[in-house]
Design a protein around this ligand. Structure first.
Ligand code: SAM
Length: 216
């Protein structure tokens, strides 16, 4: 969904709103550097696991009921989706205690991240901004994306459609605002598509020249 190449995985990465995804565990196991931030990291592994168990059957039956809104290519059917997602969550849960200790999972919420300016090469944010456009207003989108741009030299966001499958109503204004502030902004078609119409990601790059080293 982020068109990641092998060399991207060698960059320092911020995963914003990573939730119970296994990305951090997998990249860390390959020797990469990822910080995941999410408000749910205030909870223990047991609390998160219990919540997953409680909500998961309902979520899966919802996918099955609304099957025509999805492209069944990466996932063959709702059962396959369930087993892939459950193994990713288990991978996350196994990694979470050691990741918390190592500071790889940090409780934080947009629009304020506990990171220095330009600390990360790449910030990734999936299934949060644009998807929940009916709950997160335009100003909150702009503030969130600017915060991601503050802490990372490149930002990628996926998907760009909201829950109803239509392109987010906030996308044009967010792109315009970023352009006016001097960022390079573009959209790229990606391989991954599950929700129908969700096959583009937004990328934003800082155009500022890297600071020159003035040390003699
Ligand atoms: C639908 S989940 C997506 C999880 C993961 N990115 C994925 O694609 O599997 C949305 C996540 O965003 C997190 N979240 C909600 N509000 C947030 C905020 N203001 N800042 C950062 N993360 C937030 C939620 O806790 C949740 O884990």
């Amino acid at each position: 969904m982020f068109a990641l190449r092998d060399d991207d995985l060698e960059r320092s990465i911020l995963g914003c709103g990573d939730g119970t995804a296994s990305f951090n565990a997998e990249v860390t196991a390959q020797g990469g550097k990822v910080l995941s931030v999410d408000p749910i990291y205030q909870f223990s592994a047991d609390d998160i696991q219990q919540r997953i168990r409680r909500v998961y059957p309902g979520m899966l039956s919802q996918f099955a009921r609304q099957a025509d809104q999805y492209v069944w290519r990466h996932f063959r059917d709702p059962g396959h989706l369930g087993s892939v997602r459950m193994s990713a969550m288990n991978r996350f849960l196994e990694d979470y205690p050691s990741g918390l200790q190592a500071g790889r999972y940090v409780e934080a919420s947009l629009p304020e991240l506990p990171c220095f300016d330009g600390e990360y090469d790449l910030a990734l944010c999936s299934h949060l901004l644009f998807l929940y456009s009916d709950h997160i207003d335009l100003q909150a989108h702009v503030e969130a994306v600017l915060e991601l741009c503050r802490v990372a030299r490149e930002v990628r966001i996926y998907p760009l459609v909201s829950v109803d499958g239509r392109v987010s109503q906030h996308l044009p204004a967010v792109v315009r605002e970023l352009g006016e502030r001097g960022y390079d902004v573009g959209m790229e078609r990606v391989d991954y598509q599950f929700q129908k119409g969700a096959n583009d990601m937004l990328w934003v790059r800082s155009t500022a020249a890297p600071e020159e080293n003035t040390d003699d």
